[in-house]
Structure formats: structure tokens, C-alpha cells
Write a protein that binds this ligand. Sequence first.
Ligand code: FES
Length: 154
Amino acid sequence: MLTDIERHELEAAVKHYPDKRAGAIDALLIVQRRRGWISDDSVLDIAQFLGMTGEDVDSIATFYNLIFRKPVGRHVAFVCDSISCWIMGYEQVCARIKERYEIEPGQTTRDGRLTFLPIACLGHCERAPAMMIDQDVYGCVTPDKVESIVEKYR
Ligand code: FES
């Protein structure tokens, strides 16, 4: 069930749309910000609020790669695996993350601090390779810069 705060935030987010179903991504992001990820129960809560089916909301949540359908760490490190970043050092950056934080793509550190996820183009191709932690985008990432970037996020 949505909390009063969640319901208030959702109502504010969808009021600008002629059809509140158009606010499905906004709704998913709001609930995710409150709950950390989007569980099956969260999908149903959102679907009920928007007047949609759970399957419809689930398909949007699954398609949109900033929506987490499994629990994630306190911070999420997205590393771009699209062509420019791949050419410019994606594999070396990933190797450093794996080695330093002992996680594979899709995994979370044992202390729950960091989840590591590949992601499609972040729109910073001119500064490849790029990574994003939470909302912060970093360009020209090298293996030697990985730790100084990640250590800002406790
Ligand atoms: S290809 Fe990586 S940011 Fe565009």
C-alpha cells in the first residue's frame, strides 16, 4: 500500500498529464526513491494508483534501466558498455571495479554499499569511457580513477 507521502508525491507528479498513466515512469522513480527498489508489491501499488494493470507497469519497469526490480546497494555504479566507451576502455574499468570491490556486473558488495551495473549509452560519448554513480556522471574514467570516484560514495 502506498504511504501518504508516496501518494502525495505521485499525485503531484501526475497532475500535469492529461492521462495519469503517462506518469508511470515518474511514479516508479518516486516509489523507488522511497523504497530503494521496485518489488512486485510496489508494481501493484503503482498500478492501482495509475489505473493500469500490474503487467503494464511491470513491462515499463523492466524496460527502463534506471528502475531496479531487485534490491540494490546504497549506491549504484553504472558503467556504460556502448560502443564509444567499449572502445575507450570499458573492459579495463570493469576489471578494476571487479578486482577492487569483489563484485561482478549485477552484484552488490557484501557491505551493501555498491551495486555495479552495465548500462547503455549515458550520452557522454565524447568523454568515454563514462560511468554514473547515482545521479553523478563521470567521463574519461580510467582504471586508476575508479577508486577515487567510488570512494566518494559511502
Ligand atoms: S557510448 Fe558511453 S556514453 Fe555514449
